[in-house]
Write a protein that binds this ligand. Structure first.
Ligand code: ZN
Length: 405
């Protein structure tokens, strides 16, 4: 179908194809309260059809009463709105050495959160048992039940086949290759379980929580490794095999003969990741073992540390200038342990991206430090679930099951 430019073509055509309650629900997801008459008018559906679909959505709890509209006389009509408190999401960020488990509502609001040290290298059963135990405890302490869970979203620090939720040869996750995360979790919580790579969910979380108007969005994580999450026209781009955005192993000009853990020479990650910057500073006799040591030195005003971080930013900027050429994002957000704390890193990135990218692509481009910070991944894990469970087909299936049951 060819859509006329300049019209709200997407919205109109979606409304035109409204055939189910799950579709009607999509209109209400913006949280705005509407009357039955307003919904009938904007959808072209008969008042009686709208009424029966609203009844079904009200019975599910997904839509709730939202006061009354103004009336010119007679009984004022009731208004309805999406009720994000209807169900809960368990949002999980499994890092290399940490674990964050949060409970959110369907709007992505974090209601409770636990953070603890956990080695992903302990293997899937040990880590997931901890996730399940933390989840149960969070629900109990919030006075909520497991049957209020709509789904569980899990971010893992390695490549994941999103469709099956199985990790694929993750380099820092011994024992996880091909592990059936979804089935394992569903033995305890029989709900929708969605799994993705941690950088993808950080992109989702950062964008949804802080840049919702920016559908062309790029998130780069700079920590022990370097990776990115691509959101294009509002959709996360995973690529054919789920490895889209793996820019840590792009070769950079300064790379020369620096050997990378992947076996190639001159990779971005071998120059600009936390451990790489720490290594370069040890060459000056400074006592640093990891990226956060470098950041501490830079914050204390150590000039060598500041210069090293800024140079890492320039190296990252070299790759991001290519990203800007290819994808034309309106926002680039820099996160991860190095990115979150790194004004100097972002300064180096800006320096190169604005110099090297085409003027049209950078005229409105913003390059920012992450606003979600260490919550980006759990916010994104929640998004992963809500985008699925609140989709037209899944809402429709849930309403049909409730009717049948
Ligand atoms: Zn490499």
């Amino acid at each position: 179908m060819i859509r006329a430019k300049g019209r709200q073509a997407g919205k109109d055509s979606d409304i035109g194809s409204l055939s189910r309650a799950g579709d009607l629900f999509q209109l209400l997801r913006d949280g705005k309260a509407r009357t039955r008459a307003e919904l009938a008018l904007s959808t072209g559906l008969a008042r009686s059809t709208v009424a029966s679909r609203i009844d079904a959505l009200m019975a599910s709890g997904l839509v709730g009463p939202a006061g009354e509209a103004l009336s010119s006389g007679g009984r004022p009509p009731s208004r309805f709105a999406f009720n994000p408190a209807a169900r809960l999401v368990l949002a999980v960020d499994v890092g290399a050495t940490h674990l964050i488990v949060a409970v959110t509502d369907l709007g992505g609001k974090i209601l409770a959160e636990h953070r603890l040290a956990q080695q992903v290298a302990d293997g899937p059963e040990a880590v997931l048992d901890q996730v399940l135990a933390q989840g149960k405890e969070l629900l109990a302490s919030a006075g909520r039940n497991a049957d209020e869970l709509a789904g569980i979203g899990i971010g893992l620090p390695g490549p994941v086949e999103h469709r099956s939720g199985k990790p694929v040869k993750p380099p820092i996750m011994p024992g996880w290759d091909g592990f059936d995360v979804v089935s394992y979790v569903q033995r305890t919580f029989p709900v929708h379980v969605l799994v993705d790579n941690d950088v993808n969910i950080m992109a989702l979380g950062e964008q949804a929580a802080h840049w919702p108007e920016h559908g062309d969005f790029f998130f780069v994580k700079v920590a022990t490794g370097i990776g990115s999450g691509i959101i294009s026209s509002g959709e996360l781009q995973r690529g054919a095999n789920g490895t889209a955005g793996d820019l840590g192993h792009v070769q950079v000009a300064r790379g020369g003969d620096v050997l990378c853990a992947c076996g190639n020479y001159g990779c971005l990650e071998a120059l600009a990741s936390g451990p790489a910057v720490a290594r370069s500073l040890r060459g000056y006799g400074l006592d640093v073992s990891k990226g956060t040591d470098v950041l501490r030195l830079a914050a204390d005003g150590n000039l060598q540390a500041i210069q090293a971080v800024r140079q890492a930013g320039r190296d990252i900027g070299e790759v991001l200038a290519t990203v800007v050429n290819l994808l034309n994002p309106s926002v680039i957000v820099v996160g991860g342990s190095m990115g979150e704390a790194g004004e100097h890193l972002v300064a180096g990135i800006r320096e190169v991206v604005y110099r090297r990218s085409p003027p049209l692509a950078t005229s409105h481009l913003r390059i920012s430090v992450s606003r979600a910070g260490s919550q980006a991944a759990v916010l994104g894990a929640s998004q992963l679930v809500t985008r699925h469970v609140l989709s037209p087909a899944v809402v429709e299936a849930a309403l049909a099951a409730a009717m049948a049951g």
